[in-house]
Write a protein that binds this ligand. Structure first.
Ligand SMILES: [Mg+2]
Length: 127
């Protein structure tokens, strides 16, 4: 599966002077890759912004590619992770609470691992 992560307010808080990576981001990207999927970062701010975030936080080894958010992407997501429900409804995926304030106790991204595991093994999704 191609799992697309949004950057701003999903993986990153950039409201202050410094960029803050959301807690668990590296671990969750690594986990998604370990489950056999490809991780993409995409951003409405542009491909370069996503690329800069990857380099700033040393996420290269888990990220297949960075893309600009496009309504008609050349690589199509199988699952998206976004703070914007519109894209999650369009492609299916996980809508996360916007990461508006740096918060070391935030655990929102870990829901992605549960969702990806569930997608992989539909039986686990059964009640
Ligand atoms: Mg966003």
């Amino acid at each position: 599966m191609k799992v697309f992560f949004d950057v701003d307010l999903t993986l990153l808080n950039s409201s202050g002077a410094e960029w803050v990576l959301r807690p668990g981001a590296g671990e969750v990207l690594a986990g998604v890759v370990r489950l056999g999927h490809d991780v993409y970062l995409w951003s409405a701010t542009g491909q370069q912004h996503a690329q800069r975030v990857v380099e700033t936080f040393g996420l290269q080894r888990w990220v297949t590619d960075c893309l600009e958010k496009d309504s008609n992407p050349t690589v199509r997501p199988d699952l998206v992770v976004d703070d914007d429900s519109f894209l999650v409804e369009k492609y299916s995926g996980v809508c996360v609470r916007p990461y508006r304030e740096p918060d070391p106790a935030d655990r929102e991204l870990y829901r992605v691992l549960e969702a990806v595991t569930g997608w992989d093994h539909p039986a686990r999704m059964a009640p």
